[in-house]
Design a protein around this ligand. Structure first.
Ligand code: HEC
Length: 120
């Protein structure tokens, strides 16, 4: 019994790790990772996959200014994301943290398409 349980845990962990690295082209810096975890953003967002909310790489494509992203964290505008549920306003996030997250999100915008290697 114990062995089976251990195996199940290992399988679940492996599949979680597999799922998050399968598409992992975005490496989240430790300080940003800490903020996203602390402010629960990760419950609904991933860097490069749709979850409850849009991937941050998709948000980056909207070309908001950092200030605009901070504003949207405090006062989301669900009409910007048809097909998604509305995000709750995250007014508890200190401005300083929100700005750091905004700058990071914008850093995910495609530049000279380095992620477009897959074209065979
Ligand atoms: C409960 C789920 C949930 C949490 C927690 C959450 N978000 Fe969202 N977020 C969403 C959804 C859903 C959308 C798309 C709909 C919307 O904008 O209301 C979204 C949209 C966004 C957008 C795009 C706004 C726009 O109008 O283009 C940004 C930026 C964002 N979230 C950042 C964050 C950050 C930073 C945090 C943590 C401080 C966070 N979100 C926490 C669900 C969430």
């Amino acid at each position: 019994m114990k062995k089976t349980f251990g195996f199940l845990v290992a399988a679940v962990v492996a599949s979680l790790v597999g799922a998050s690295s399968a598409n992992a082209q975005v490496k989240v810096p430790d300080d940003i990772q800490a903020l996203l975890t602390k402010h629960t953003c990760f419950a609904c967002h991933q860097a490069d996959n749709r979850l409850v909310g849009p991937a941050y790489t998709e948000v980056a494509k909207k070309k908001y200014t950092n200030e605009k992203i901070v504003e949207l964290i405090y006062k989301p505008q669900p009409e910007n994301w048809p097909g998604y549920p509305p995000m709750a306003p995250m007014t508890q996030v200190p401005k300083e943290d929100a700005l750091k997250l905004a700058a990071w999100i914008n850093s995910l915008a495609p530049k000279a398409a380095p992620a477009a290697k897959k074209k065979s």
